[in-house]
Design a protein around this ligand. Sequence first.
Ligand code: ADP
Ligand code: ZN
Ligand code: ZN
Length: 832
Amino acid sequence: MPEQAFKTFFADAPKPEFVEVALPIPLRQTFTYSIPVGMREVIEIGSRVLVPFGSRYLTGYAVILHETLSEELEIEESAVKEIAELLDDEPLITKEILGLTQWAADYYASSWGEVLKASLPAGINATVEEIVNINSRGQDELTKTETSKTVKLQILNFLNKNGETALRELKKKFGAGKTMRAVKSLLLLDFIYKFSRTITSKVKPKRRKAVRLLPIENHKPNAKKLTETHQKIIDFLIEFDGEILFTDLIEKADVGASPINTLAKYGFVEVFVKEVFRDPLSEAKIPEIQDLILTDQQKQVLSQINSALDVGKYKGFLLHGVTGSGKTEVYIRAMKSVLNKGKSALMLVPEIALTPVFSKRLRAVFGDEVAILHSSLSTGERFDEWRRIRKGDARVVIGTRSAVFAPLKNLGLIVVDEEHDTSYRQHEMPFYNGRDVAIVRANFADAVVILGSATPALESFHNSHIGKYDYLTLPNRVGNRPLATAEIIDMREVFKEAGKDLIFSPALEDAIQETHGRGEQSIILLNRRGFSQFVLCRSCGETIKCNNCDITLTYHKREQNLVCHYCNHREKVPHKCPECESKFLYFMGEGTEQIENLLQRKFSELRIARVDRDTTRRKHEMENVLSAFSDKKLDMLVGTQMLAKGHDFPNVTLVGVISVDTGLSLPDFRSAERTFQLLTQVAGRAGRGSLPGRVLIQTYYPEHYALKHSKTQNYDEFYEQEIAFREKLHYPPFVALSSILIKHPNYNYAHDNAQILRSALDAANTEKQCIILGPAPASLPRLKGEHRLQILIKSRNRNHLRETIDFALAEAEAKFCDLKIIYVEIDPINLL
Ligand code: ADP
Ligand code: ZN
Ligand code: ZN
């Protein structure tokens, strides 16, 4: 039965009177509201609603409808407030995404509303503005007084002249505190009235004027003979299939607006308003598609994926392919098969670096069917891409972390490229891992998921061992190009020989010179941005630290500032030590900016560019540098781990690693894994073309197993050693891990709350199935002005871990623990 008929037929069926609303606030519950009579027929779950909450209005999401208030809700009807506004006629959130976000909120112990908010494009949420205006009593009052000395009278006068005014405007004009006091008193005196108005959305669909040809029967009989210009316009329209944007017509046909309007008057054309989609690739050069012949290994892998796609049930694959083994081509072919089956495909990529290259390639293959979602799009572009997906116009989505929630229908395949990458993890509330949500989404949707990497996360490799994923491998590079050999340079030896610390070993300098001499390119990696790592006083030994974070500040030469890499605090470089006033300040520990300067001085003929978070902040900056490098307009790139990711530059034959030693000494059980991954990935940038590549790694810890195995880039050997370490010391994947941070500007307050929570955790951990550590100062004990205490919880049984935490939080709250300062992270990937 069609839906409309169905509704009429059951017109007497009970209508929902109450709705459960998920709000984007850090509380793990939904809230019950009543539905006003006129809204009961139209409200659907997945729609956004505006609701009163405390003294404010919030945009929430309707997630469950109730016919009546059942006992289980444990709520008095009189306490239930009414929805203020229904913001969507059609639900914005699909049932599938509702289910997925609910799962994610539950798994990550987060607020459903916060996950839902994170799943939608930014700028879509409604905001509410408070408006005030004078009433007749206020106007009477004005006639009685002549002066306008007080703020109250000034505001009354202002409202009398200007009418309805946003409170925000008044605050700007009269000062926030003064306005609030005056308005409060004017309300009490009943001289003014106040109400709220919704501003539905900061982003709006973009509309443009367009022109289209009309059929003969529309032509007016009184039409005059067409001039040459008129004919030119019509020819143009025919060339563009009968429709073109107004401005494009004027520009391309080189005509004025008036002949177009004349044609419209006589019914030859119509000028109308058209909704256009902002296209993030409108200015991109789309590459030619090459029709590659798959290698035997690629064919083998693809046929296994295709069989799973034919079955149409959930299946997980780990595609372990060395760098340059042609994984991307496999993804593209698999996505094509999915489209041919009438289904849709989603591909997740790590932050920024990969997207421009990949998205252009996908646009070349899939045309308008591909939509792109990532953080460097403008809000408008992202909104439009999201709507194209929601409408079903785009069936292939490529995007970063939050694209895992893209509202694709009929999903057949999810690809997670570089699945080990830490940027899949959201580092703020709601904490979630895009890769793990992708697996669950595929499972719910009966889709196939492919996790691809040259250096799989230890957990993923382990999962493939225990049969959770099917293991696929591409062990060789395309064309059997050899992996570049890595040479470890022991910097202690270099020190002995030179009698002092050198930044560049002679071997690396020679290699740079030789590479350049052959007209080939090089990449130099260092995992620290800025100019100097810290500023040290040689007299008293103090380093200059951030006031908010207790972390040494990094010197950035170009902007002449000391910068905190954690909170972005900036300050001028002092002339003398703030502690002892000595003038002997030294800049220690080279950062990328200094390395770039030094290299430029040593090799003045090289064209060098730097790639790190400082140089890529501007839109398209990264794209421009990478494409200049690709076009051989640059000889060398110097940068941070951004350079290690996914790029394919066939002319690069040298990769030099200045140092990764800081990464190894971080107090995190994953530091060896990270270092191994970074080195293997960056080594993978060398020798991707027909020329053999070299990788030189400088280090003071050559014996470390992460370095030893990077030399051979032998993942399996590294895995054996690392997994043994994890098992012995009870780390993931052998235990489920949770980190709870307690953060507050006042140390004692944080400490007291942490103690209450610890006791509650002990009480909940009755069967001693969890190991609980802490509270102890976190590795970064003070950050952004807050003290940070950490409790770690491990358990071999995930359910136990979650039950213990949930039970303890409820218990702690009953003991007046302040849950607002407590941040629970499930499966943290970073313990700093
Ligand atoms: P990965 O993602 O595994 O590092 P890519 O997919 O970037 O590898 O492939 C590496 C290079 O090999 C690319 O330049 C790609 O165009 C090329 N390539 C991939 N498959 C083939 C093939 N079957 N024949 C020829 N070249 C290929
Ligand atoms: Zn000093
Ligand atoms: Zn700071």
